[in-house]
Ligand binder design. Structure first.
Ligand code: ZN
Ligand code: ZN
Ligand code: ZN
Ligand code: ZN
Ligand code: ZN
Length: 342
């Protein structure tokens, strides 16, 4: 009986020990794990034994102004990215390439002025505004083609001279040419001699040819010589008139007190007053059986004008002329000699 009680006691003690071991130790493999965390694996609350791996953070994406964080534990994992601003341009402020937030103001266009052929254009971005101005063409003149007053573009040709293409017997300086005109005694009979431009100068002026600002004198020294028998018996009457390469006819007024006759030239599209003067005779007589006339003919024209024609014709053409000179269109034919005072 005692023996049974003894064993009963032993059994109770053993059971108590087992219970204690169960309750307070993990010797039977009875671990009690708490859940894993981002950084810790499952671990036994009693003995610290671990199982498995940490969960690792559940990382959110960082944004311009927000850091990357763990959705589970809230740990901050990286700094905000900061904005990635693109430069401003004419029409847009700075803008973040990532989030679209803007900063500042657009720069605005910087327009260069329009030209004849291009509208206003932004020097920064190249955008255009409005239309090209178009050319502002002048009318052509005898001296220039049509030309744009703004950009200088030339279009076409200068106006054609009135006498372009007309055959003229042009005199060269120092080269006598035949000259036929009316006799002095019998004006119905022709007399033939020579006409020569003995000298030609372009000058500001001199005692006989008064200077004028902006003008220049074109002066020809003319020499007519008659030495044939026809002239010896009949004499000769010289005759000359003026024309214009561009306008052909050059109507001249009567001479003023200085011997100046006004006429008009077309100079760069403007009608410009010019003057003519016949200088005093240098020779006008018989010299050694030759009848010689030498004198200077001058025209006062704008500097550079090259259109005046000095025309030697038969006196009979001129004698009924309404003024001192015959219109060139009535004088120019195959018998006249022409010197262009250019
Ligand atoms: Zn344990
Ligand atoms: Zn975490
Ligand atoms: Zn941003
Ligand atoms: Zn622009
Ligand atoms: Zn233009």
């Amino acid at each position: 009986m005692k023996r049974i009680a003894l064993w009963t006691g032993v059994g109770l003690m053993a059971a108590a020990a087992v219970a204690a071991l169960l309750l307070f130790t993990c010797v039977f493999g009875n671990h009690t794990y708490r859940a894993a965390t981002c950084t810790e694996p499952e671990a036994c609350t009693r003995c610290g034994k671990t199982r498995g791996e940490p969960l690792g953070h559940d990382e959110s994406a960082a944004a311009c102004e927000a850091p990357a964080v763990c959705r589970r534990c809230g740990a901050v994992l990286s700094a905000p990215l900061g904005h990635d601003f693109l430069p401003a341009d004419c029409e847009h402020p700075q803008i973040c390439a990532r989030c679209g937030i803007t900063r500042g103001e657009p720069l605005g266009h910087v327009f260069a002025p329009a030209t004849c052929t291009a509208p206003e254009i932004c020097t920064r971005c190249g955008i255009t505004r409005g239309e090209p101005l178009g050319h502002d063409m002048t009318a052509p003149t005898f001296q220039t083609p049509a030309i744009c007053t703004r950009c200088g573009l030339k279009d076409g040709e200068a106006l054609p001279p009135a006498l372009l293409g007309k055959a003229l017997n042009e005199l060269a300086v120092g080269v006598p040419a035949p000259y036929t005109t009316a006799g002095y005694e019998d004006r119905d009979v022709d007399v033939t001699g020579t006409v020569e431009i003995a000298d030609y100068t372009v000058t500001a002026g001199d005692d006989d040819f008064p200077p004028r600002a902006g003008y220049e004198w074109h002066i020809a020294t003319v020499r007519l010589v008659f030495e044939g028998d026809d002239a010896k018996s009949n004499g000769a009457l010289n005759a000359w008139t003026y024309g214009d390469w561009y306008l052909c006819d050059n109507a001249m007024t009567a001479a003023d007190d200085d011997g100046l006759r006004a006429f008009v030239a077309d100079w760069y599209g403007t009608r410009v007053t010019c003057w003519q003067k016949t200088g005093p005779a240098i020779e006008s007589d018989w010299y050694d059986r030759a009848l010689r006339f030498t004198w200077r003919e001058g025209v006062l024209v704008p500097e550079g004008y090259d259109g005046v024609l000095l025309i030697f014709c038969n006196y009979r053409l001129l004698k009924d002329a309404p003024g001192p000179y015959l219109p060139a269109s009535a004088a120019l034919d195959e018998t006249t000699s022409v010197f262009r005072m250019k």
